[in-house]
Design a protein around this ligand. Structure first.
Ligand SMILES: [Zn+2]
Length: 148
């Protein structure tokens, strides 16, 4: 390691104690035989690192802390409103979905059969409604026959 590299590390990771052990050993080996780098390391430790070690994070004002906790609780409530009525309905219906589809199909089939049966009784009227004129029938006679 040359002096420039060691000085860069002394000003950053070495003083922060954030170096891999192998690299830290190499820096210390350089500091052991290089007086100018050792002086820089000592100055950095004395003027920058040591004063910060005794510094404590300032505790927030009790009222501010209370407001922060309240705000966090409100935001958490907005993000997680619990289970809604729609969710409860969805959870209840979910397992019955195939059964519901089959029931709907049967109901539609039944309604279709009933409508078809009724239509067969109303043939003249339906023939009129569906354009019996095109087939050349006497429509007026057919509809009068049906209603009278
Ligand atoms: Zn050096």
């Amino acid at each position: 390691m040359n002096c420039k590299h060691v000085r860069d590390l002394v000003l950053t990771d070495y003083s922060d104690g954030q170096m891999p052990p192998e690299r830290e050993r190499r820096v210390e080996a350089h500091l052991a035989h290089c007086a100018s780098c050792r002086a820089l390391a000592q100055k950095v430790r004395q003027d920058l690192a040591d004063p910060l070690k005794s510094a404590k994070a300032p505790a927030p004002d009790a009222f501010v802390w209370l407001r922060i906790k309240e705000k966090i609780r409100q935001e958490a409530a907005i993000e997680d409103p619990g289970i809604s009525v729609a969710d409860m309905v969805r959870n209840f219906v979910q397992p019955f979905r195939p059964v519901a589809v089959m029931a709907c199909l049967f109901v539609m089939l039944g309604v279709g059969l009933v409508i078809r049966q009724n239509l067969s009784h109303q043939q003249p009227y339906m023939a009129y409604m569906m354009g019996a004129e095109a087939q050349g029938d006497d429509v007026s006679a057919g509809i009068e026959q049906y209603f009278l």
